[in-house]
Design a protein around this ligand. Sequence first.
Ligand SMILES: CC1=C(CCC(=O)O)c2cc3nc(cc4[nH]c(cc5[nH]c(cc1n2)c(C)c5CCC(=O)O)c(CCC(=O)O)c4C)C(CCC(=O)O)=C3C
Ligand SMILES: [Fe+2]
Length: 391
Amino acid sequence: MSAEPPAAHPAPTTSAAPYDALLLLSFGGPEGPDDVVPFLENVTRGRGIPRERLKEVGQHYFLFGGVSPINEQNRELLRALREDFAQYGLDLPVYWGNRNWAPYLTDTLREMVRDGHRRVLTLATSAYASYSGCRQYRENLADALATLADEGLEPPRVDKIRHYFNHPGFVEPMVDATLAALAELPAAARAEAHLAFTTHSIPTYAADTSGPVPVHTEGGEGGAYVAQHRDVARVIVDAVRERTGVEYPWRLVYQSRSGAPHIPWLEPDICDHLEELRGAGVSGAVMVPIGFVSDHMEVKYDLDTEARAKAAELGLPVTRAATVGADPRFAAAVRDLVLERAATERFAAAPTPGSAPPERCALGALGPSHDVCPVGCCPARTPRPAAAGAE
Ligand SMILES: CC1=C(CCC(=O)O)c2cc3nc(cc4[nH]c(cc5[nH]c(cc1n2)c(C)c5CCC(=O)O)c(CCC(=O)O)c4C)C(CCC(=O)O)=C3C
Ligand SMILES: [Fe+2]
């Protein structure tokens, strides 16, 4: 056998430079009955959510012993990320901080600074563009950095990984989960089944202004939030057709609405949609929660408890697809996104002749999302400082 020819390309680098740490940034949730009310106070501070709604949401948590599944799911994701990074030689420590519960973001960032980190890349557990799913996390980062500065610490530079809703490592586990949930339907219910893709409802004004380019349309159909979810749904429907030979009818629907009743939010609600499907004589439905990264309370209560009860009352067979959670393909996707962004930053700082910015993986029609949110992206109703963006 002849010797290996010299490699045409340099070996792909596993360097995360200029980044020296990854921050997993999440929502946080209560870990026992005594945590529920203070957690809800953290979530809703200044957000004008009616008291009745808060009492109701508190009951959802008490049904599960006051414990949200989200923290344990983030611990699993941390383990999966660390394992993946170690296996592929990516030497990048991973930290975890939350918006609404311990470990709090500010405490984690302080620890990161004390450990000597100066250049932090952030992964938010939210895949899509919207105020709640993106800018609000960037506001939390700005607040935490300001607190550290007040304490006399030198704040690190913080960036955020691009929206990953259409990354194959996020979408492909959902395709498998949709196939598995279809297989769980009784055979007679499967043939004429519908796919109900679900995500968190948000106010229609937030949907219309989501993403970098505000599209002012009536009814919340204009912005990036809805467009991104539709694109993912389309990719899953196509992949399911390739694997089963069936093009299942589908619709993007919403769940977990809060806020005052006179403010319009994205519709239809999953429960109303199930009722409509039953009325139309549909044989069964699969709920596919593409809007969420793990099976946290919005999935366990709003879908597995409330929507399933609705379906049972209607006599409509339904199953629910799992979210990606700590799937190794998602951990690998995060590594890919870290390396992609690191290479982009290095290229921007020192473009060398013949070098090119890295490839950016994305399925669907929309293409890879921007790295840095431009000024005015997913605007807040009351402007506040936000980190990791162009402003
Ligand atoms: C877009 C979006 C995501 C997806 C992106 C992401 O993941 O970030 C998300 C995730 C989550 N939302 C969660 C919990 C809550 N969200 C609330 C309230 C709200 N969510 C909103 C939007 C979103 N929320 C909005 C516009 C409000 C109204 C008030 C406001 O503008 O802030 C409330 C208050 C009570 C209520 O009214 O429901 C709670 C308790 C949990 C934790 C679950 C657990 O504990 O396992 C998670 C992962
Ligand atoms: Fe929420």
